[in-house]
Write a protein that binds this ligand. Sequence first.
Ligand code: FE
Length: 293
Amino acid sequence: MSEVTELGYLRIGVSDLAAWRTFATEILGLQVRDDTEPDRLYLRSDAWHHRIILEQDGSDDILAAGLRVAGPEEFRIMQDTLRQHEVPFEVADKQTAHSRRVLEVMLLKDPAGIPLEIFHGPQVDTHIPFHPGRGMFGKFVTGSGGLGHAMLVSPDLNATYEFYKRLGMRGSIEYQVPRPDGHTVELLFMHCNTRDHTFAFGMPAKGRINHMMMEVSTLDDVYLTYELVKQADMDIAILPGKHANDQMFSFYCISPSGFQVEVGWGARPASHQSEYYTGDSYGHQFTPAGMPS
Ligand code: FE
């Protein structure tokens, strides 16, 4: 069996590339690559060529989540697994692989229709030290935990669980949150490495993504980002607080595409055992702008 090892990159379709460029560099601290094209911006948070690709197409949604497998053999075995479970996929041509700066990539969709790109062999530019778009106290936490995590839409949590299990991910329902109307909101979390979760499902979204998360190595960088968001008059969606599952201290702002970006610090590693919670440790109140609809 072949297993995905990390969320390697995200491709995001945007309507306002200039606003995203400012947000990504001056607020989040990401670095723009010099081989960026007029309608495509490569952003990095570590030694990889990029961790995010922004494409000006007006969609304001994720275009794909790039999931890594270890190497060429695992790439072949993953194809066998997908065939066995009758999941349609297409191995992309060299040009497409080059646009993602990977050796090989296959394109498929999850049960909710979210485009995935399973790849191996990312371009890693150790000769260009990461240089943040603005000063940072520390750095982005990536490494074996990958880019971060993403909360994606899922109309059927069981189907989503079964699908990602076949890609080698593990997980379970980790929140059962009672709502004032008597309903209970269930959230599903899946992991594939040391990061507590790589994908989460169950919150509503305008498009395919509710939020993406990037982790920083110091609490100061969380609060610096928080202050920069406020100074830029951008909307905070969820106030600072601590999650019960990954125990991350974080806050959420609203990106120029309308979905949320979480910046966090201090997460514990994946416990590889299921647990569930009925709420967060503290904080994380929704603002009016971030209220789920
Ligand atoms: Fe999150």
